[in-house]
Design a protein around this ligand. Structure first.
Ligand SMILES: NC(=O)C1=CN([C@@H]2O[C@H](COP(=O)(O)OP(=O)(O)OC[C@H]3O[C@@H](n4cnc5c(N)ncnc54)[C@H](O)[C@@H]3O)[C@@H](O)[C@H]2O)C=CC1
Ligand SMILES: O=C(O)C(=O)Cc1ccc(O)cc1
Length: 290
């Protein structure tokens, strides 16, 4: 495949942005990469690992060389970053984001970069981990993982096609959702699970025997709470950006816990068994056939 983009600016040189660059560089689909990150130590590590070729802690004239800008910072930073980019962007520069929520990001791009908005493509890899920073960037993170594109009405067809190709080259399985569907769905299968894992850690530490209990926790606890080791900056921003869906799901979860409490209090083993059995069947049927 021919080079897709000659000059790339990556803003947020972390797990996701860094991993994307590693794959694209290895396949020679992109030229030089300039990394921008608030954390100078992180940039130094990114330079040493050759994730980026040059680096700076500020959005400046380096952006004016770019034909692709990748936004890979926590979603709450996007509004300020797009405003800072505005004076420097080339007219036809393609912009993508990789954020966990889509609606506030698309709104920010439409509001602060209206002329570039057709060239903005909202993307979300459903791949990652609880690790962060340039040291966590890895090859083939996205292989066989889902990648969601959220096209918007002003979308430029060529930019969209190139971004689709770019993600396909990583081995990701590309599909499309509307931004509102995306945020409602991801709230269920990613965002609320993270919030519950964090809140469960608090629930344990609030117990008198909490510290002792952690000492005896096994693999079930490790699986259930691994995502509570994720970086708080990501999840603080997701919680605000997707708050409507999340507040509704937190209420639904409280009702579900109440239902469970009622079933236990009723002492009806048949009903409680049926409750667990139904959930087990749903879990056994996952992942559904592609
Ligand atoms: N962690 C994960 O598994 C996944 C994360 N995402 C999304 O990808 C984006 C990046 O997440 P990660 O790579 O995990 O985070 P990360 O913490 O590994 O990298 C983010 C980088 O952005 C930098 N940064 C923060 N604010 C900045 C600003 N205002 N200007 C410049 N740099 C700034 C940080 O110093 C950090 O190096 C987030 O929007 C997240 O929601 C998407 C899919 C998976
Ligand atoms: O750590 C994990 O397993 C994750 O769930 C990673 C993840 C975090 C955020 C996303 O938007 C998508 C994937």
């Amino acid at each position: 495949m021919a080079v897709l983009f000659k000059q790339v600016v990556l803003i947020g040189v972390g797990l996701i942005g860094g991993s994307l660059i590693l794959d694209l560089k290895r396949q020679q689909l992109i030229g030089a990469v300039h990394g921008i990150d608030l954390d100078a130590d992180n940039l130094q590590r990114a330079l040493e690992r050759k994730v980026v070729d040059t680096a700076s802690t500020l959005i400046d004239a380096a952006v004016s060389q770019a034909d692709l800008v990748i936004l890979a910072t926590p979603v709450g930073t996007v509004a300020n970053i797009t405003q800072a980019l505005q004076p420097y962007l080339q007219a036809a520069c393609v912009i993508i984001d990789v954020g966990s929520t889509k609606q506030t990001t698309i709104q920010a791009l439409a509001q602060y970069l209206p002329e570039h908005f057709p060239h903005f493509v909202a993307t979300h890899p459903i791949a990652g981990s609880d690790r962060h920073g340039a040291m966590a960037a890895q090859f083939r993170l996205f292989e066989n993982k889902k990648l969601i594109l959220c096209p918007h009405p002003e979308q430029d067809a060529d930019s969209y096609q190139k971004v689709w190709q770019l993600w396909q080259a990583t081995g990701a399985v590309v599909s499309e959702l509307s931004p509102s569907e995306h945020d409602a769905i991801l709230a269920m299968v990613s965002h609320l699970p993270h919030l519950i894992a964090y809140s469960y850690m608090h629930a344990i530490s609030n117990q008198d025997l909490g510290a002792q209990a952690l000492h005896y926790a096994g693999s079930g606890f490790r699986d259930f709470t691994r995502i509570a080791a994720s970086h708080p900056a990501i999840w603080t921003d997701v919680s605000f950006a997707n708050q409507a869906s999340l507040l509704q799901l937190i209420d639904a979860q409280q009702q579900e816990l109440q239902r469970l409490k009622d079933l236990i209090l009723a002492g009806d083993a048949t009903a409680l068994y049926a409750y667990y059995d139904q959930a087990q069947q749903q879990r056994d049927a996952w992942p559904p056939e592609q």
